[in-house]
Design a protein around this ligand. Sequence first.
Ligand code: CUA
Length: 336
Amino acid sequence: MRRGSILSLLAIGVVAGGIATAVAVLFPWLPTPASREAGRIDFVFWFVIAICIFIFAIVVAAMVYAITHFRAAPDDDSDGPPIHGHTGLEIAWTVVPTILVTAIAIVSAVVLSQDDAQGADPLRVDVMAQQFAWTFSYPGTSVVSPILYLPDNRSVELALNSKDVIHSFWVPQFGQKEDTVPGLTTHLHITPDRIGTYPVICTELCGLGHALMRSEAIVMTPAAFQKWLTSQAKAAASAASGSGSAPSGAALFKQNGCISCHTLAAAGATGKVGPDLDQLPAEAQRAFVRESIVDPNAYIESGFPKNVMPQTFGSTLSKAQLDALVQYLISSSKKG
Ligand code: CUA
């Protein structure tokens, strides 16, 4: 090959590689990681992207060079010269991709096993998914929260369950997704390493309220987290003992996900999937409200579809909890 040809191949390759690199780097394709696991996943991503850009530059250089240098004249119908392969070239384009693909496999396997492993002294959090809300509880305490609070720099093991259909837990900044499957406990390890507030998103189409099935993950300093946990445990304990162990209707409304589908000013809820609970008819009776929770299909408000409200509350709520929730709804509804 002539020196000039090699130089022009190189020049085209550098330009193509430069453009591809700019597209990869100048756009924010990925959120900034907020966990060690996500940091490793990002590393694999950029490792693969770098290899792809390298291959892309070679392919573009060969293609552009061939198009510009070996183009046949418009009226040239003659056959091309007979060519009998090139053993060196064929070995190269077999061996190089084999090495690259093997490297990707090794790096991915290492990251996968590291991300799957639990750190020392993990914090366990139970995650319950239901149409259309998340509930996080902290075993060993009575703390239950609709928002996921986590301490910075500590390994967390999420144990995920579902009350009804398949959902999927995802915090983009944590970099991993895990399905929640009814009747099965799935696990996810997260080691948050950046303080902040991140969205919790359901990424499995789970019904009409799927798009609203969101919450927040708040990563705090370990001291602030411990303070939060202690104060929540205290509040839960005094609620349990103080008022004759009556469950709080307001807390139940939040914990059971009512808040994501219904509007109720008293709870700060603005959901539009289900009927507006501030508009409960003035003559609404306890029996009607209770039936609507336990057996939602018994009466469907016009303009709302059937089978959207979960039909499991009759079995998941105790009688005392149901009483508290009904009482709360009747007394908080603006027209109630
Ligand atoms: Cu739960 Cu989508």
